[in-house]
Design a protein around this ligand. Structure first.
Ligand SMILES: [Zn+2]
Length: 217
């Protein structure tokens, strides 16, 4: 299970190769950022400069999309109020790979939270999916779910896998949201397995995702 009981873990587990963490104060201001994947994620930029730009800002300054922000607020809220570790799988694809990540929120002292993004698995997309990001819905042609990375074309009801979307020749220009199926924080029944996430990419325009735009050539 990925998110199920929300219990704290007791036994240590190996650190994945790619992790980025944000340490937040009670008001969601970033007080630290780092992790094993941090240097890789910022792809050659100066880590101190990036840290300096992010520390002291609100996490939500780096999260695009109303529903994505709402989801994240609720996710952090559950971890804080229950004082447990919450976990949630999501997709955070690169242009060429399906990447399954796990987001963990762990309550800390004084209302703080440690928010971690950990890579679980990755596999190549059937074809590359170059995305352009629109600032508003007006200039977009599709919505992208921040949790499962599926795309919904303007006027369509179906959410489709990104590689299926571009296979028809479309070039996605997206805004971010959270699809209906993924808008569940408390009821974990719809929790997706890694396989579901593969078969079928929070935070897609968050700092974490921008940080994750690494080259996988
Ligand atoms: Zn979704």
């Amino acid at each position: 299970m990925t998110d199920g009981d929300g219990s704290c873990e007791l036994e240590p587990e190996p650190e994945p190769e790619f992790t980025v963490f944000y340490r937040l104060d009670r008001q969601d201001l970033v007080i630290d950022i780092g992790g094993r994947g941090f240097a890789e994620a910022i792809a050659g930029q100066d880590p101190d400069a990036i840290r300096g730009r992010i520390i002291g800002t609100s996490l939500f300054d780096h999260v695009a999309g109303h529903f994505t922000r709402r989801f994240l607020r609720e996710f952090l809220g559950v971890a804080r109020s229950a004082r447990v570790q919450r976990r949630r799988m999501y997709r955070c694809d690169s242009t060429t790979d399906k990447i399954v990540m796990e987001m963990r929120a762990t309550a800390e002292a004084d209302g703080g939270v440690l928010l971690e993004h950990r890579e679980v698995t990755s596999q190549p997309l059937s074809i590359p999916v170059p995305l352009a990001f629109a600032k508003t819905w007006k200039t977009a042609n599709a919505r992208r779910c921040s949790m499962c990375n599926r795309l919904q074309a303007r006027g369509a009801t179906q959410w489709v896998e990104p590689d299926a979307f571009v296979a028809g020749g479309a070039s996605p220009i997206v805004i971010h949201t959270v699809c209906q199926a993924c808008r569940v924080v408390r009821g974990e029944a719809k929790m997706k397995s890694v396989r579901d996430l593969h078969a079928a990419s929070l935070l897609t325009d968050t700092a974490s995702t921008r940080l994750r735009e690494r080259s996988r050539s």
